[in-house]
Design a protein around this ligand. Structure first.
Ligand SMILES: [Zn+2]
Length: 238
């Protein structure tokens, strides 16, 4: 989860010239007030006491989508999908995805959250468990693997039946073949097919990063997915 993954991804985006087709924004720092919209006051107070610096949030992308300033917003950083209301879990301590979706709900009646990290996006699922305005679909390793929860059945007709007006796609790269933690066998092309497919619905799309522990592959995957989002071919060179 080291920020170096993001530095490598950003360098690849620069070297492929993809930066010319996107606008790059620095996210604002989340305030205590924002974080306690989901997390308990005590929990955030505890986190502040052990780690005084604030975190950046993916909410900035949602604001751009809500203002219709872009069709697709991307943030590979953060994306802590396991964080719970009052506890940290699996490298995640503040659920920034919750804040991003909360922002989208200001303008969208229904938001679909899709998670293709190898781990179950349980923190996001739990956060919106009692509302029908957010549907969470997580594809992940099932049983005998952190967290051991989730469901085997695949999504069918979700777009047709649920009819969301915005989509959040968590592109966790630990589901790729050769990941140091994950044990799936997805190719980068296969992983990116998810981006291509969800993009085909032409709804406001927030693309997020997530896990990914063989960092060369993480940078390759997210750069390629940015190219897919931009309908741009990039050469496959090593
Ligand atoms: Zn993961």
């Amino acid at each position: 989860m080291k920020p170096h993954r993001l530095r490598m991804t950003h360098n690849l985006l620069l070297n492929y010239g993809l930066y010319r087709k996107i606008e790059i924004y620095r996210p604002h720092k989340a305030t205590t007030e924002e974080m306690t919209k989901y997390h308990s006051d005590d929990y955030i107070k505890f986190l502040k006491s052990i780690r005084p610096d604030n975190i950046s949030v993916v909410k900035a992308g949602s604001v751009k989508l809500n203002r219709q300033q872009t069709d697709i917003a991307v943030n590979w950083a953060g994306v802590l999908h396991h964080a719970k209301k009052s506890e940290a879990s699996g490298f995640c301590y503040v659920n920034d995805i919750f804040l991003a979706i909360l922002e989208l709900l200001k303008y969208h009646q229904r938001v679909l959250y899709i998670d293709i990290d190898i781990h179950h996006g349980d923190g996001v699922e739990e956060a919106f468990y009692t509302t029908d305005r957010v549907m969470s679909v997580s594809f992940h390793k099932y049983r005998e693997y952190f967290l051991g929860t989730g469901d085997l059945r695949m999504m069918a007709k979700v777009m047709e039946m649920y009819q969301p007006s915005a989509v959040v796609l968590q592109c966790g790269a630990d589901s790729l073949s050769g990941d140091r933690l994950g044990c799936f066998n997805l190719t980068i092309c296969g992983h990116a097919k998810c981006v291509e497919y969800m993009k085909s619905f032409n709804l406001p799309l927030l693309m997020l990063g997530g896990g990914g522990y063989t960092i060369r592959n993480v940078a390759r995957c997210w750069t390629y997915e940015m190219a897919v989002a931009l309908d741009t071919d990039i050469p496959d060179v090593s």
